[in-house]
Design a protein around this ligand. Structure first.
Ligand code: PMV
Length: 305
C-alpha cells in the first residue's frame, strides 16, 4: 500500500461554444499547461489544505473527497489532501475540474489502482457537479485530455481531438471581481424556460459558429477564427451572459489589434480571451485597462485520447 499518491491535471480555456454546450450543442476547448497538483496522504481527515485561501475556505473540495475516496476503496476520514494550484479560481480556467481530476489521479495512485480516460471523464463530471449544478462535463474533459478538442455532452460525451493547423496565441484577461458560473447558467436556464424557441435559435447559431471556428483552427486560419470569436461573443451577449466589463475588455483587445475577442467560460464577468498576432501589445493594453492578464499559446501538436 502506497503512503502518498500524487496527481496532476491541467486547466482549460473554452475557445467557442460555452453555454450552448449545456444544451447539447458542440463546443471547442483547449487544455492549459497550467494546472493543479494534488497529494493525498494517510492521516486524520477528511482534510483539504491548499496554497490558495479560496480553496482552503471552500467546503466543496472536502465533499468531493468524501464522494471520491470510496470509489478507490479508501475512507475519506483517513485522508489528508494537499492542493497546489496555478489556476486562479472563479475566472474560467476550470480550476474546480482540474482539482477534481487531479484528486482522482492521486487517489488511484494511493490505492495502487488504474484509472482509464473513460473513468476520468465520467467520474470527473459526476463529482464536478458539487461545484456547479448540472455541468456539461467539458471542464473535466479538458483536465483529463490536456489538449484541444471538440466536445458534445452526453453519457458518454463525444470528445474529438482537434489538431490546430497553427499555434494559437491567446491573451486571457480578467478583472478579478467575484462572479459565479452557477448563477450565469441558472439565470440563462430561466430565460430559456420562458422563451425556448428564441434561445434554441441562438444555440443553433452558436453551433454554426463553433463549426466554422473549429475548421479555422484545423486549417490554422487565425483571421477566420477571430471572426468566429467575435460572432460567438455577439451571440453570448444576446444570450444575456456578457457584462459591461466583458464588453469593455473585448473592445480594448480588438482596438489593440486582436483578430477577435470573446468571454470564456460562464461569463457574467470573468475572463475574456483574445486571439492575437502580437501578445505583448494586446496584453499591455488590457493591463493598462486594469485587467489581470495571462498569455497562453495553444500549440499545434495536439495528441489525445
Ligand atoms: O465557468 P467555467 O469555466 O466553469 O465554464 C462554464 C461553461 C458553461 O458552458 C457555461 C457551463 C458548462 O457546464 O459547460
Amino acid at each position: 500500500m502506497n503512503e502518498a499518491g500524487h496527481g496532476r491535471a491541467g486547466g482549460k480555456l473554452i475557445l467557442l461554444g460555452e453555454h450552448g454546450v449545456v444544451y447539447g450543442r458542440p463546443a471547442l476547448a483547449a487544455g492549459l499547461a497550467r494546472g493543479t497538483t494534488v497529494t493525498v496522504r494517510r492521516g486524520a481527515g477528511p482534510v483539504v489544505v491548499s496554497d490558495r485561501a479560496e480553496v482552503a475556505a471552500d467546503p466543496r473540495p472536502v465533499r468531493v473527497l468524501v464522494d471520491a475516496a470510496p470509489l478507490f476503496g479508501l475512507a475519506a476520514r483517513d485522508l489528508l489532501v494537499e492542493v497546489r494550484s496555478e489556476l486562479p479560481p472563479g475566472v474560467g480556467f476550470g480550476s474546480s475540474a482540474a482539482f477534481t481530476v487531479a484528486l482522482l489521479r492521486a487517489l488511484a495512485a494511493l490505492a495502487g489502482r488504474g484509472l482509464s480516460l473513460a473513468d476520468e471523464l465520467a467520474l470527473g463530471r459526476r463529482l464536478e457537479a458539487a461545484f456547479h449544478g448540472t455541468p456539461s462535463g467539458i471542464d473535466p474533459a479538458a483536465a483529463a485530455l490536456g489538449s484541444c478538442f471538440a466536445f458534445e455532452r452526453g453519457e458518454p460525451p463525444v470528445v474529438r481531438p482537434v489538431r490546430p493547423g497553427a499555434a494559437l496565441p491567446l491573451v486571457v484577461a480578467w478583472d478579478g471581481r467575484p462572479r459565479s458560473t452557477g448563477q450565469a447558467v441558472g439565470a440563462l436556464r430561466a430565460r430559456w424556460e420562458a422563451d425556448r424557441a428564441r434561445y434554441e435559435r441562438l444555440f443553433d447559431a452558436v453551433a454554426i459558429v463553433v463549426g466554422q471556428g473549429t475548421r479555422a483552427v484545423e486549417s490554422g486560419d487565425l483571421a477566420a477564427l477571430g471572426v468566429a470569436f467575435d460572432a460567438n461573443q455577439a451571440l453570448l451577449a444576446e444570450l444575456g451572459v456578457s457584462s459591461p466589463e466583458v464588453e469593455r475588455l473585448v473592445a480594448v483587445a480588438r482596438d489593440a489589434g486582436a483578430f477577435g475577442a470573446k468571454l470564456t467560460g460562464g461569463g457574467a464577468g470573468g475572463a475574456v480571451i483574445a486571439l492575437v498576432r502580437d501578445a505583448h501589445a494586446v496584453a499591455g493594453a488590457l493591463a493598462r485597462a486594469g485587467a489581470h492578464t495571462l498569455v497562453a499559446t495553444i500549440e499545434n501538436q495536439a495528441e489525445a485520447a
